[in-house]
Design a protein around this ligand. Structure first.
Ligand SMILES: [Zn+2]
Ligand SMILES: [Zn+2]
Length: 124
């Protein structure tokens, strides 16, 4: 994988962990996401593409959260979104609420740390 072929992406794409390359689903979803990210955005007023880079990122994050739970990156103390999910999980637990949804969303966010540019990882 040569990031130099995606100049529009900026230079802060992380190098995906080795376990992603060992999974057909990850490889396929990752290459789809990268090729969509490399396409120029549609001109103003144009119809949105059927699948943009953003939804490809979401599909890959969901796949990793579901299939690679053991390999998920830990919450990052320097990431506002990670801290937010940790805080909400702790608060829900303290109030006796179910933490299932928050933890699920937190896993999908943590998955992003493996493959989304550092400058945009906190957006979802
Ligand atoms: Zn996978
Ligand atoms: Zn994070």
């Amino acid at each position: 994988m040569d990031d130099e072929t995606f100049p529009a992406d900026g230079d802060d794409w992380p190098i995906p962990p080795a376990w992603m390359w060992g999974c057909e689903g990850c490889v396929e979803l990752y290459s789809t996401m990268k090729s969509l990210a490399a396409e120029p955005p549609p001109p103003p007023g144009a119809a949105e593409p059927a699948e943009g880079a953003g939804s490809a990122q979401v599909r890959l994050a969901r796949h990793i959260a579901a299939e690679h739970r053991a390999e998920l990156p830990a919450y990052a103390g320097s990431c506002t979104r990670c801290v937010d999910y940790q805080t909400r999980t702790a608060r829900d637990r303290a109030m006796g609420r179910s933490t299932l949804t928050t933890e699920q969303l937190g896993r999908q966010h943590r998955a992003r740390h493996a493959f989304v540019p550092h400058s945009t990882v906190h957006l979802l």
